[in-house]
Write a protein that binds this ligand. Structure first.
Ligand SMILES: Nc1nc2c(ncn2[C@@H]2O[C@H](COP(=O)(O)OP(=O)(O)OP(=O)(O)O)[C@@H](O)[C@H]2O)c(=O)[nH]1
Ligand SMILES: [Mg+2]
Length: 484
């Protein structure tokens, strides 16, 4: 067993704070030993003899160390239990190796979800020889013990963090191995090609053609195309996983906060008829047609002498700079002002949705100016709404989704990659295969083709973890929470 896997680890697996149930997880060779003495089954049966995967009712009792009567200090030398402190009542399950998440012996203790209960329990298990797990260490062990590959380990985290049905669906597909099998299939095809190429190098004397150059070139081309398609799916995959940031911009009183509230269907932001109501930047995550959108409501942008408003404007412009997408709100019941034009002239490189608000009032805005904006800029669309009545909000949601995702994109229809790590490995493999194809075309020695094929095989192996370094593993697992 490698050094890293020797320790028995434990962690509170449920979130910090109060909850109906809290779970402590222990994994490793000494998992059962670390819980014995603390877990007293109501049936009186010793923990080590229980049936695997069956839940038992138990008391969690911690023996109290002897205290020095005068000083109150615990005497390590005299340590012997004199009485028991009941920590809690619990349900305990033992999952024996290899039929557990980590493929090691696992004990899970379900008790009441109080922070003190769980902390006391965790400390008691640590006193019995376990150590506190690092973030993601349970999943890392599952990987090191061959229970999951790397894309599946990442999918565990993506499942926990999924914000929309679409991102959950992709995470679940990856967890079930959909991406790994696609990668493995391509990798195995390349390994077969490499075998042919290497055999041809070894047996040049015999003059046997192991694979015709045209056939080799066609195979390489097919894989290059598959790699390109998969790598380009990363854009959609990441959007669904991470979401996009969108800033609501506009002058004071145009209805920015009203728009945020209308989309959220709550009174999140303060709305008043007084211009300059919003001072700070407010942030909310919304699900817009299956896309997680981090939406920022900002202070109205205008020139002002008020230092508080000035700071608000500065923050608004900073958010505008950072956001991937802008919702520029205009008041449709007013003619366009010079300041409106100035705002519309900013960040023309970004995707922008111009939102004409207050359509419930008589229209006084110059719509031809807006139509030309939509006409001239492919990444700009105009939508008319009333944040007050909700009119046009469905259209706004549709337009937003269309600006973010490809029109024909449906999560779950084809395999997508969701992490930049996957994309860069796919592109690395594609580059290597392009070089290999170049060598075949130039009739270079098979050695060159073999070298690039090997590089492509390794790059694909990095995605599933067939080829991995400590550095890659550290980067992946440090994203996890403790206890997962
Ligand atoms: N008639 C009508 N009034 C609206 C609409 N949307 C917002 N308002 C009103 O416009 C005023 C300003 O709305 P807010 O949402 O606070 O505007 P804001 O852009 O956030 O303003 P600041 O935070 O001051 O920059 C309020 O009195 C709203 O009730 C709308 O669609 N129709
Ligand atoms: Mg506001």
């Amino acid at each position: 067993m490698s050094g890293e896997l020797q320790d028995t680890i434990c962690a509170i697996a449920t979130p910090v704070g109060e909850g109906g149930i809290g779970v402590l997880r222990i994994s490793g060779e000494k998992a059962i030993e670390a819980a014995t003495g603390l877990v007293k089954l109501r049936s009186g049966r010793p923990l080590k003899s229980v049936t695997s995967h069956v839940m038992y009712h138990a008391d969690l009792l911690e023996a109290m160390p002897v205290q020095e009567p005068q000083t109150g200090l615990v005497q390590a030398r005299n340590w012997r239990p004199v009485s028991s402190l009941a920590i809690d009542e619990a349900l305990v399950v033992v999952m024996r190796a290899p039929r557990s998440y980590t493929a090691e012996d696992v004990v899970e203790i379900q008790c009441h979800g109080g922070p003190l209960v769980l902390q006391t329990l965790c400390e008691a298990v640590i006193r019995r020889g376990a150590r506190l797990a690092e973030p993601g260490e349970f999943t890392k062990r599952a990987f090191l013990n061959g229970r999951l590959d790397l894309t599946q380990a990442e999918a565990v985290l993506d499942t926990i963090r999924a914000k929309t049905a679409g991102s959950l669906r992709i995470a679940q597909e990856h967890l079930r191995g959909a991406l790994s099998s696609e990668i493995d299939r391509m990798r195995e095809a390349l390994i077969r090609l490499l075998a042919h190429v290497e055999a041809a190098i070894d047996f040049t004397e015999e003059d046997i053609a192991f694979i015709r150059p045209e056939e080799l070139a066609a195979n390489l081309q097919k894989t290059i195309e598959e790699l390109s398609r998969l790598a380009s799916s990363c854009r959609e995959g990441r959007i669904l996983r991470e979401g996009v940031t969108a800033a609501i911009m506009g002058h004071p009183n145009v209805g920015k906060s009203s728009l945020l509230n209308a989309l959220l269907r709550t009174d999140r932001a303060i709305v008043t008829p007084v211009p300059g109501t919003t001072r700070d930047v407010l942030e909310e995550v919304l699900n817009i047609r299956g896309v997680p959108v981090r939406l920022f409501d900002t202070a109205g942008v205008h020139s002002t002498e008020d230092p508080v408003e000035q700071e608000g404007v500065r923050r608004s412009l900073a958010v505008m700079e950072q956001a991937e997408l802008l919702l520029i709100v205009l008041d449709g019941s007013m003619p366009l002002t010079e300041e409106d034009h100035e705002l519309l002239a900013r960040h023309r490189d970004k995707k922008r949705l111009v939102v004409v608000n207050k359509t419930d009032l008589p229209c006084r805005i110059d719509s031809s100016a807006l139509a030309s904006l939509e006409h001239d800029e492919p990444a700009c669309a105009v939508v008319c709404i009333s944040a007050k009545t909700g009119d046009g909000l469905d259209d706004l949601r549709d337009r937003l989704r269309a600006m973010i995702l490809r029109a024909d994109f449906e999560p779950g229809e084809s395999i997508v990659v969701t992490h930049l790590r996957h994309q860069s490995a796919l592109l690395k493999a594609k580059e290597a295969l392009t070089n290999a194809a170049g060598s075949v075309g130039a009739k270079l020695s098979g050695e060159f083709v073999a070298m690039d094929l090997r590089a492509a095989i390794d790059a694909l192996g990095e995605i599933t973890g067939a080829v991995s370094t400590d550095d890659i593993l550290d980067r992946i697992f440090r994203e996890f929470c403790i206890g997962k």
